[in-house]
Design a protein around this ligand. Sequence first.
Ligand SMILES: CCCCCCCCCC(=O)SCCNC(=O)CCNC(=O)[C@H](O)C(C)(C)COP(=O)(O)OP(=O)(O)OC[C@H]1O[C@@H](n2cnc3c(N)ncnc32)[C@H](O)[C@@H]1OP(=O)(O)O
Length: 224
Amino acid sequence: MDFRLVDLSADEIAAQLAVVEPLTESVRALIDAVIRTEVPDDDLDDARRRIDAVTASLRAAQKPGSYGVPFTRDFTGMPWGNAAVGVRNAIAPPLRVDHHDDGTATARVRLGAAYEGPAGLVHGGISAMLLDQMLGEAASVGNGTPCFTGTLTVKYLRPTPLGDVDLRARTTGSEGRKVFVRAELCDADGPTVTAEGIMVSPRNLPSPDQIAKLRAATAADHDA
Ligand SMILES: CCCCCCCCCC(=O)SCCNC(=O)CCNC(=O)[C@H](O)C(C)(C)COP(=O)(O)OP(=O)(O)OC[C@H]1O[C@@H](n2cnc3c(N)ncnc32)[C@H](O)[C@@H]1OP(=O)(O)O
């Protein structure tokens, strides 16, 4: 896995986010508008030409491959292209995950027309993706090292209406490099989808101790 370090301060990241997040939000609004617009076909054709021109302007300087997950000098991850949480990814709802002292992770997100499966209902793959992210976040933060999904079991209890949903995940135990996690996705009336995951910290990753040492060394270099 690629452990790219970028030498950015918190202020520099905040400055980037101040530009990037509104752009992503505009593209997110564009996706919703394209799904729901009822303007005449000629207007759609005109819109396509204007969107293509914007796309060409962005392609003028383009990163090869995907965004990846660079780490800042204080080892904060920047998963900005991530399909669930990426601040540069208009496909991401985006999920904003809060981590709590009791080890739980929570998020509230609004799922609009872009996340539809059955009419008016959230697509099951979207629910699974969001729950997977929650499981990964709870396991990784609790374990102190990134954990990948080894096994994901999803149970759809009842349909989830599009709109606001709440997510919650908590680890239930660990064994070697495996972390066991449970999560649920709820509408206003309670859980609609639940998930269980066996999250595995891959063998080739630095251990939490090694990461702590790298973090201390990077901080010392920067202070010197
Ligand atoms: C703040 C950071 C937030 C990060 C959030 C990220 C959220 C996103 C979550 C994802 O979607 S990750 C992407 C989807 N998952 C993958 O692509 C994983 C693909 N599979 C792999 O990379 C490897 O197969 C895996 C890391 C899961 C395991 O490889 P290893 O070579 O490290 O495992 P190894 O074979 O040494 O087994 C270690 C232990 O894990 C167990 N194990 C391995 N694969 C497993 C599996 N698939 N399911 C359950 N358990 C598994 C294995 O039995 C063993 O248990 P024991 O120690 O008890 O013997």
